[in-house]
Design a protein around this ligand. Sequence first.
Ligand code: ADP
Ligand code: MG
Length: 421
Amino acid sequence: MEITKHLFSNLSILIILLLFCLIWLDRSRKFNLSKTTIIIFFILLLWICIQFSYNPVVFARYDLRIIPIVIGGLYLGIGLILVVAMLIIRSFYGIDMGLAGTAVLYIPLAIAYFRLSPWFWKQSSDRRITIAICLGIILGILTLAGMEGILHTSSNWFDAGFAYLVIPPLGIGLIAYSIEYIKKSVEIKHQLIKVEKLKAVEQMGAAISHEIRNPLTAASGFVQLLNDDYLPRHKRREYLSIVKEELNSAERVIQDYLTFAKPALVSIEELNVKNELRQIINILTPMANQNSVEIITDFSVIGFIRGDRQRFRQCFINILKNAVEAMPNGGQLYLETHFSKDYITICVRDTGVGMTPEQLERLGEPYYSTKGKNGTGLGMMVVYSIVRAMNGFIRVESVIGSGTTFRIKFPTITSFKKHES
Ligand code: ADP
Ligand code: MG
């Protein structure tokens, strides 16, 4: 069984090379290789087949050149190039009867490939594998006939028969199957990417509407207050300026929505925490009143941090809005700040519904919301992303039924440093 043994070793080399090639392709994630690279790879395969062939007599070489020729010809349409390359390579090993036989067998095939390859691609995946295997069997039979019938190179019919009728179709089948499998998974991957992109666009839409809704709700609350005919002039002016500020804020949210994906702080400035929080309370007061929520504050005297004003506001509007929403039947919302040398801690405590440990665990997860249609589950994600971008930390404690406490710590700029700069 010398021929069988040699062809099996040929097959294992081919499969190992193919495996390396696949791993490399997967690593580089580059599936549209240039045609030249592919042709060079297949010529290399042919050379390896011929180099490691079994040649009991000088002019005969038993090897698996059928496999690259069939696969390359059918799948890649490079049959003619491969046949020419193979004849050239083979001629280096002697210009003899074997070479002539190879030419007689493969030149017509190379010409036939021009028709065969386009037709081949119109077939279904399973049929393509079958066609490749059949072509391998036909070539095996013809090679065998040539070798045994004309050249009389082997006396062991069984060995040659087994080697040429089993191994090439087996190798071709394996490789064709892997190609089809990879092709299918690449297609699925592309489809998935498309679906993911669509989903991202949808989510972005949801996020924008969520973040726009906050300032618009506040603005519309003030517009309602403006309806009052007996409103003093100075109040009217104040409300109008808040409405204007809120509308501007909505516009800014659209402009820098991408903060949430990539929390780059745009305009870093020194923020007076107390003043900022007062402004935020102003914005949220109408909503709190509507829900019969009393806002109780206790601010430390000083406290400056570094950050982006717009985002700081967004962060606390989201936290406070959640707190108000957690108290549908009213309650108290405590807002405190504590100042230390290195940190300022902002503490937001509500007497609302609270969260279970599971809910607490999932807090900040994108699109996690327990509010059904009224929630988008983006508010806390934004909060976490902004706090992280400002080098802060968040700690949350919650007891179901009695309330939630958010502690947000930011590094401070001490008043000393402030005056220095
Ligand atoms: P949304 O408010 O749209 O639901 P968020 O990201 O703002 O999304 O909040 C996510 C979830 O976290 C909420 O649905 C709610 O279950 C929970 N949550 C956030 N803040 C509080 C709070 N103060 N009290 C109770 N639950 C809260
Ligand atoms: Mg929310």
